[in-house]
Design a protein around this ligand. Sequence first.
Ligand SMILES: CC(C)(COP(=O)(O)OP(=O)(O)OC[C@H]1O[C@@H](n2cnc3c(N)ncnc32)[C@H](O)[C@@H]1OP(=O)(O)O)[C@@H](O)C(=O)NCCC(=O)NCCS
Length: 140
Amino acid sequence: MDPGDIPEIMDLEKNTLAAWSRKHLEDELQQPKGFQFVARNASSQKIQAVICGRAMADEAEILKLSVAENARQRGVGYHLLDFVVSYCNNKGVENCYLELRASNGAARKLYEKRGFIAVGTRKTYYEEPAEDAILMRLKL
Ligand SMILES: CC(C)(COP(=O)(O)OP(=O)(O)OC[C@H]1O[C@@H](n2cnc3c(N)ncnc32)[C@H](O)[C@@H]1OP(=O)(O)O)[C@@H](O)C(=O)NCCC(=O)NCCS
């Protein structure tokens, strides 16, 4: 992900509950331990998905995974997640964590397919609308 990708990412995320502002995306690019990747359509070069997180020593956290509405349910999310798991593995990460809304069944199934398991709940973690978070972990 480059700074020039930010307008396209904001457009991709405009109908999702977890959309980040321009400032948030810009700040994420400055994180020393951060990673940010986009997946592009091979012919149009349009961004189809974005993933962001942090890898610190033996732990990583995935902070964002969004797939464009018109590219969903074709394996894009799974393959981008799988790429990041390999990236973390190469960096010596032993445990990878993420949080998701309790009602986000599609995301939960995606993460479970890649081997993540639910390890806890954070009560009323999310706002607008208020909702519990499920904490998931993948041991690498
Ligand atoms: C959740 C999301 C990232 C899934 O991305 P995707 O590219 O559509 O997912 P994939 O096509 O790679 O699907 C992988 C697996 O996820 C599950 N899955 C994906 N979409 C699903 C849906 N709508 N309903 C049920 N399961 C679904 C399935 O288990 C699927 O495996 P299968 O195809 O063998 O059944 C995408 O829907 C999205 O961007 N949603 C909005 C943002 C979001 O919620 N992000 C996650 C925040 S934690």
